[in-house]
Design a protein around this ligand. Structure first.
Ligand code: COA
Length: 153
């Protein structure tokens, strides 16, 4: 994914545990180095210079990213398509759930978008668990994935 053109830049935000920041010079390289087999399995080859809406920080450690786009042809008015990735060592601690919640707050406060959607491979168990944990509701299927939606507010 790429940061959506014309969208308001995310302000640095924290829930007291993790912090979301727009990418800074040098972050793209760390994001590329943090890719593992799960990345390629679920997210494809990835950009040479990734530029997500936000990097996820735990203290002074970059641990992943969250992103959204508005370019999928199946999106309806007000909807964005959200994606996320945690480096392997950061998984299993709730950080991705926290990051998606902070991204939804940003969408609600700073943009006109009213709903977030996820497309998840039926075999991507961790991502399915995250979707359900955050109250996303399955609405059907698109492009061979399960389609989930939730209001941002
Ligand atoms: C999808 C992905 C981000 C999920 O990571 P994750 O670590 O499972 O998700 P979270 O950070 O929200 O952590 C949740 C886990 O931490 C545990 N946890 C511990 N403390 C927690 C807390 N305070 N709050 C919530 N969960 C907590 C939960 O029990 C859960 O573990 P479980 O699923 O084994 O029960 C990660 O697997 C990943 O990067 N996958 C590759 C990329 C990908 O698939 N992206 C999505 C494509 S659709």
């Amino acid at each position: 994914m790429m940061a959506p053109v014309g969208e308001p830049e995310l302000q640095i935000s924290t829930d007291g545990v993790i912090t979301l920041r727009p990418p800074r010079p040098g972050d793209a390289r760390v994001l590329v180095e943090g890719r593992d087999g799960e990345f390629f399995k679920w997210l494809g080859p990835g950009a040479e210079t990734p530029n997500p809406v936000a990097c996820i920080w735990l203290g002074d450690e970059l641990i992943g990213w969250v992103d959204y786009d508005v370019e999928q042809d199946w999106l309806r008015s007000g909807e964005v398509n959200v994606g996320y990735y945690l480096f392997p060592a950061a998984r299993g601690k709730g950080y991705a759930s926290r990051a998606v919640e902070l991204l939804l707050l940003h969408l609600e406060r700073d943009t006109g978008h009213t709903a977030a959607t996820l497309v998840i491979d039926p075999e991507n168990v961790r991502s399915l668990r995250l979707a359900r944990r955050l109250g996303f509701v399955q609405k059907g299927e698109v492009e061979k994935g399960l389609f989930f939606a939730r209001r941002t507010g």
